[in-house]
Design a protein around this ligand. Structure first.
Ligand code: HEM
Ligand code: HEM
Length: 175
């Protein structure tokens, strides 16, 4: 008979899959977003710019599913040796992380000054055709990207710190 008292020690398969899909897209889009400055004026700019927007567009429904699934998935308690304050901090930090990701995605769309073709195939129109609004969201996108980068570094640092201190139970929650 199934032991109902056994609590999971890592996230379910869907949460892990969505975490890694979004992680790869964000790391790539972040690096390429900045590298695009070096490609300005070259034949590659258009291709990589459209690829970035396409990946960002794909990440949006994935993030909505991921965010919604958080409220329904099996809960994964932290190990007993993690203090209550630290657990609360980690939960709070993850909420903020989600917020920053959504601001990055939404501002990316609202800054568009012209439409683009998803995968070079399906036309996506410019959502707001007021230049001042687009410019505002461009500035917001820039700040959101910097904030997201800081969160990402803090996140990897925190996971690595636990891992190097011998607390492998934290990293294995997402593997
Ligand atoms: C080398 C890269 C990464 C590693 C090793 C990693 C590892 C982990 C681990 C172990 C957790 C579970 C932590 C816990 O439950 O306290 C986690 C959760 C999370 N990670 Fe990552 N991560 C990586 C990249 C990213 C990236 C790039 C993002 C987004 C920009 C991200 C966003 C998140 C979020 C939002 C959570 C909370 C999960 C939830 O509650 O659904 N991670 N990550
Ligand atoms: C996955 C989340 C995203 C990340 C990590 C990301 C990252 C970046 C970065 C780092 C830049 C350069 C910022 C700077 O120059 O200071 C940038 C620019 C830009 N982003 Fe995003 N972005 C994301 C989503 C989106 C989305 C969803 C769209 C629109 C569909 C978008 C449209 C743009 C545009 C138009 C630029 C200006 C450069 C260009 O023409 O490609 N981004 N992004």
């Amino acid at each position: 008979m199934e032991n109902r008292l056994t609590l999971p020690v890592r996230y379910d398969g869907l949460s892990r899959l969505l975490h890694w899909v979004v992680a790869i897209i964000i790391i790539y889009a972040m690096c390429m977003g900045y590298l695009l400055h070096a490609l300005e004026g070259t034949a590659y700019f258009q291709f990589f710019s459209v690829l970035n927007m396409t990946l960002g567009t794909l990440a949006t429904p994935v993030m909505i599913i991921r965010f919604t699934w958080r409220f329904f998935r099996p809960s994964v308690p932290y190990p007993a040796d993690v203090s209550v304050l630290k657990k609360k901090f980690m939960i709070f930090a993850h909420e903020l992380f989600y917020l920053v990701i959504f601001i990055t995605l939404i501002s990316g769309f609202l800054m568009l000054q012209k439409g683009y073709n998803l995968f070079g195939l399906f036309p996506i129109p410019r959502p707001v055709d007021t230049l001042a609004v687009n410019e505002f969201f461009f500035v917001l996108h820039r700040y959101a990207c910097i904030t997201l980068g800081i969160f990402f570094l803090g996140h990897v640092f925190a996971v690595a710190k636990h891992y190097l201190a011998g607390k492998k139970s934290i990293i294995s929650r997402m593997f």
